[in-house]
Design a protein around this ligand. Structure first.
Ligand SMILES: [Zn+2]
Length: 428
């Protein structure tokens, strides 16, 4: 992985002409997935001008135009991961979390985040929603801006800064009370206090507000779902949502229990993160209110075993409850936005595209899984020009050998990546 990472940096500004004027480039492949119709277009020719797609067709490109011929590959839109933590490098156990929050210098964390951004891009993720920095403050705002300024390579990003939770609900917890430790989120209490926290966070340039709707205390119910006490009063949660919405920003809710999910859905958040315990009637409410689900199955299957071994028995139950909840959401027609929780597992060990296989194994088609990481995720982000290959859209493209509609796991082997018209990675 590290070898590829270095190669990617070398190719970064490939498409820019020496004068700085963007040349037109034609990209050809064996087939292209039209994510809207769900059909393949044979022998596509996509003309790129600058950072945008100019034309999409099948005609031979004009003679003399620079052409990237991807041979027998399948061309798709750049992928979007709607739930990541670039400032986190795996926290399957409490010890790993403490190590990063308590010991790592902010500069070290940012350096590792820069590497995470390059890895995401190299794996074909040209867009990320990064949902909270875990004790690294507004580091994600600076990283987003550095990517936009082309200081460092990375996907286009929307960020949340530190998430919000209430006193006593989020680590670092349970150390001696006369010492002051950092907390992985911003704490707010009371409706007024939480309104103020939202105003403050948005003033620092965040795009999203993230809340932890529930935290500890998850337990199995007699009918096989998961429940826990909520972190918030209804008044507090309503204050967060109304304040964010009034200022034109959306709210993502980490919610893993019946009560946590139900309260967040009733409060009108825009997305449920994880959603490990969604009863059918709550799924119906989500669909009706157009609330997206970002299932993050990759992290769940990664952390379940180490957390169970650590003595947190509920994690042994979570995978099967989450699988049931995922199907309830699909059956109710909830929009699924591809989200992995990368950073909850190490960026250097697992390709976040593994989520596609988990989703298909739990009951959706490869096409729906690909839509969740393209058009659906783009809708959630409000990106009208990303998530599909269309004239006027962002020139974010990926390509891979094989047929992802037959075997979605091939998306873990993407070997061509273009972001905003720049070739990030090309087949070796
Ligand atoms: Zn997360």
């Amino acid at each position: 992985m590290m070898l590829g990472f270095c190669l990617a940096l070398g190719h970064l500004y490939f498409a820019a002409s020496p004068t700085g004027t963007p040349d037109a480039v034609a990209v050809r492949a064996a087939r292209m997935l039209d994510v809207r119709s769900g059909r393949y277009v044979d022998r596509p020719v996509v003309i790129i001008k600058g950072d945008k797609i100019d034309k999409v067709g099948t005609e031979t490109p004009p003679s003399g135009m620079k052409t990237i011929d991807l041979g027998n590959r399948t061309l798709l839109p750049g992928l979007i991961d709607a739930h990541t933590h670039v400032l986190l490098q795996g926290d399957a156990t409490e010890a790993e979390y403490h190590e990063q929050i308590l010991k790592e210098y902010p500069s070290h964390r940012v350096a590792r985040a820069v590497r995470a951004l390059a890895i995401a891009l190299e794996h074909g993720f040209t867009g990320l929603r990064d949902l909270e920095t875990e004790g690294a403050g507004y580091g994600d705002v600076g990283l987003r801006d550095a990517v936009n300024e082309k200081v460092i390579p990375g996907p286009r990003m929307q960020v949340a800064g530190p998430a919000l939770s209430t006193s006593g609900t989020y680590p670092i917890l349970h150390f001696r009370p006369d010492w002051v430790f950092p907390v992985g989120v911003q704490i707010c209490d009371g409706a007024d206090g939480c309104r103020r926290a939202v105003r403050e966070q948005l003033s620092y340039g965040t795009d999203w507000v993230k809340i932890y709707s529930n935290g500890g205390g998850n337990h199995l119910t007699s009918d096989g779902y998961i429940d826990s006490p909520p972190n918030w009063t209804r008044e507090e949660m309503a204050a967060v949502v109304s304040e964010a919405h009034a200022r034109g920003h959306k709210v993502a809710a980490h919610a893993t229990s019946d009560t946590g999910i139900r309260m967040a859905v009733e409060a009108g958040v825009d997305s449920i993160e994880h959603g490990d315990s969604i009863r059918p009637e709550v799924a119906k409410m989500m669909a009706k209110k157009n609330i997206y689900l970002s299932p993050t199955l990759t992290v769940l299957f990664y952390v379940a075993e180490p957390r169970t071994k650590e003595g947190r028995a509920i994690w042994g139950e979570m995978p099967k409850v989450a699988a049931r909840s995922f199907r309830n959401a699909i059956d109710a027609g909830v929009k699924i936005a591809f989200g992995t929780d990368a950073g909850g597992f190490p960026w250097t060990e697992i390709n976040q595209a593994k989520e596609f296989s988990h989703m298909v194994r739990l009951g959706i088609s490869p096409l729906e899984a690909i839509r969740s990481a393209t058009v659906v995720a783009a809708d959630l982000m409000g990106w009208k020009k990303a998530g599909s290959i269309e004239p006027g859209g962002e020139a974010d493209l990926v390509a891979v050998l094989g047929d992802p509609l037959q075997d979605v796991a091939v998306l873990e082997k993407i070997d061509f990546v273009m972001k905003a018209g720049q070739v990030i990675r090309r087949p070796e």
